[in-house]
Design a binder for this molecule. Structure first.
Ligand code: IPD
Ligand code: CA
Ligand code: CA
Length: 259
């Protein structure tokens, strides 16, 4: 790995280990909760503090880099910088508030729009996932192997249940699978595809922060990812996307193309 990337990787690793105890402690404390686009779209003081923490660290270490973060105004960021970071400070805020489980931190680093470093931290399980372009993906420093092929008929599919109720074809997709499971956290649902427990995760309304890190993992562990029409996912835009095991991707995209 190039020296500058190793340095960035070491920095991000230490930042994550510095902020995680704060989040673990915050789970047990009273949270300040505000709503965003609707009564069910919530943000806590912890989401904002974690994003601010990463922003300050990045600005200090790499002042010329741009940042796309869920809890900030990202107008014009994507076209103005060669080096871009994407942050979801708490992915799965509803789970964080209601379950105190099944949420994670997502952060990634892109250079000239090529994903270099991706990080996911499953807070309650203390599981640290990272992916380095060309060097593989790791869980707690142990290399993650490419999952064995899973055919749709044999696999579990994760999808946003609200989207499922809005699209008739979602019912067909899930009907063709072995079964349906959904955590409600893009990172945790994706982790289950990465470790071969799920065949696919299909999502309709993702922000850049919901998928940028996972796209780098997909490359490193040999998973397929695309938009519903089969075109590449733009990590600065988000939208609909599929993360799938190679054994069922073609069958899934044949269906989602008709959505
Ligand atoms: C949400 C979660 C959820 C997914 C939504 C995301 P947030 O992220 O990942 O699973 O279905 O699309 O917005 O808002 O909790 O960071
Ligand atoms: Ca999210
Ligand atoms: Ca979030």
């Amino acid at each position: 790995m190039e020296k500058y990337l190793r340095e960035i990787h070491e920095n991000v690793t230490s930042w994550i280990h510095e902020i995680v105890p704060f989040v673990q402690k915050a789970v047990r404390n009273k949270l300040t909760i505000n709503t965003k686009s609707s009564d069910f779209d919530i943000v806590t003081d912890v989401d904002k503090k974690v994003e601010q923490f990463f922003r300050e660290k990045i600005h200090q270490a790499y002042p010329s880099h741009g940042i796309i973060g869920e809890e900030s105004d990202n107008t014009n960021v994507k076209n103005s910088f060669d080096c871009l970071w994407v942050i979801d400070p708490i992915d799965g805020t509803t789970n964080f508030v209601k379950q105190k489980d099944h949420f994670c931190l997502l952060i990634s680093f892109y250079e000239k729009h090529v994903g270099q470093l991706g990080y996911m931290y499953d807070v309650m399980n203390h599981d640290f996932y990272y992916a380095i372009r060309g060097h593989g993906a790791y869980l707690n420093e142990k290399r993650i192997e490419k999952p064995a092929p899973i055919r749709l008929r044999e696999g579990l599919v994760s999808a946003d249940i609200l989207a499922w109720s809005q699209h008739r074809l979602f019912a067909e997709l899930l009907d063709r699978s072995f079964g349906y499971r959904y955590f409600g956290c893009s990172g945790i649902d994706s982790i289950h595809v990465i470790n071969g427990k799920f065949a696919a995760f299909v999502s309709t309304r993702s922000g850049p922060w919901d998928l940028a890190a996972q796209l780098i993992f997909a490359e490193e562990v040999g998973l397929k990812s695309s938009k519903f029409d089969g075109s590449p996912v733009n990590y600065t835009v988000g939208g609909d996307w599929i993360l799938a095991n190679e054994g069922c991707y073609e069958e899934i995209v044949e269906l989602t193309k008709r959505f």
